[in-house]
Design a protein around this ligand. Sequence first.
Ligand code: NAG
Ligand code: NAG
Ligand code: NAG
Ligand code: NAG
Ligand code: NAG
Ligand code: NAG
Length: 312
Amino acid sequence: MTIAKAHQIVVIGSIWGIKNIFHSLVAILTTLLVITTIYLTQDRGEKLSQKVNVSIDSLSSSKCDLFSGKWVFDNETYPLYKENQCSFLSDQLACEKYGRKDLSYQNWRWKPHQCDLPRFNATALLERLRNKRLVFVGDSLNRGQWVSMVCLVDSIIPSSLKSMQSIANGSLNIFKIKEYNATIENYWSPLLVESNSDDPVNHRVPERTVRIKSIEKHARYWTDADYIVFNTYLWWRRPLMNVLWGSFGDPNGVYKRVEMLRVYEMAMRTWSDWLEVHVNRNNTHLFFVSMSPTHERYTHISKGQVHHISLF
Ligand SMILES: *[C@@H]1O[C@H](CO)[C@@H](O)[C@H](O)[C@H]1NC(C)=O
Ligand SMILES: *[C@@H]1O[C@H](CO)[C@@H](O)[C@H](O)[C@H]1NC(C)=O
Ligand SMILES: *[C@@H]1O[C@H](CO)[C@@H](O)[C@H](O)[C@H]1NC(C)=O
Ligand SMILES: *[C@@H]1O[C@H](CO)[C@@H](O)[C@H](O)[C@H]1NC(C)=O
Ligand SMILES: *[C@@H]1O[C@H](CO)[C@@H](O)[C@H](O)[C@H]1NC(C)=O
Ligand SMILES: *[C@@H]1O[C@H](CO)[C@@H](O)[C@H](O)[C@H]1NC(C)=O
């Protein structure tokens, strides 16, 4: 068993905790380089990063660089929520419930060198989200970020004023805060474009196939959201992938095995083309989480029962 180390990602001044196992540093660095390259060589990528700069500037009155800082151990104001106080935490993520003893990973706080981030304030977040949709799109890592965000606001909302709904065969999960007419949602599409791993439950397919030109089946669920946080990385860790031009099940579809980095690049192009054409950036804020730590399943047997705990 590997114990996860604490790590976090900072986006728009709020912090979502993720635990971190750096397995293959080389692979991660390569991916980062590729994504950065894809981003910087495209006009649209530059427009996206400009949008991010604008949001960060408008949030921080001082000239504090939020991305330059360090992790500090804080057992006084952290953790931001207790596992047993969150009614929506799935068993898969409930480490404490299933006996994890080392919980200090919950105490790491991001501290920019030049300033202190304000402590997370659920009311302030909900006021910003009034009449808005915040959607996390991607793989299990982003699903974990979504659950964390739900847990961060859950405790301040009376149970009669919130609901959880699942649509699109479970691909879209919607946490609704009625008083604010706000939603915090999660859309499952681990490769962003269509693939044979799109079933939100049964997606452990050894041979991975991506429909490289197709994203609309997923995108129609998130295109109009106000804030979209994308991620995709873990599902690409294959040397080769099957690429499909055409539809699943269509005898005229063309399949080809292609080296992963090339497929990744094609998928990012399909994704960014969709954003370019369909998303109105005056209304929608876009974020992209590139490389990410992986997460592990820890199997633990107590009183004759087998428990699986995802460590992330
Ligand atoms: C966004 O901020 C980064 C880091 O401060 C800077 O390097 C980049 O030039 C900025 N982009 C734009 C479009 O202003
Ligand atoms: C926080 O951690 C420090 C050092 O590990 C310890 O001395 C202190 O008692 C802890 N405080 C709380 C509130 O747990
Ligand atoms: C949280 O935000 C709300 C709304 O902006 C504000 O009224 C409240 O004072 C804040 N709470 C703390 C502890 O800062
Ligand atoms: C509730 O929020 C949605 C967007 O999530 C918006 O389209 C709708 O107009 C809002 N309803 C009201 C009554 O403001
Ligand atoms: C849900 O799954 C069924 C069976 O696989 C399929 O026929 C249907 O089109 C799916 N619905 C959506 C909204 O994806
Ligand atoms: C976005 O805002 C700018 C400046 O207000 C405006 O010129 C432009 O037409 C808007 N774009 C869309 C797609 O609404």
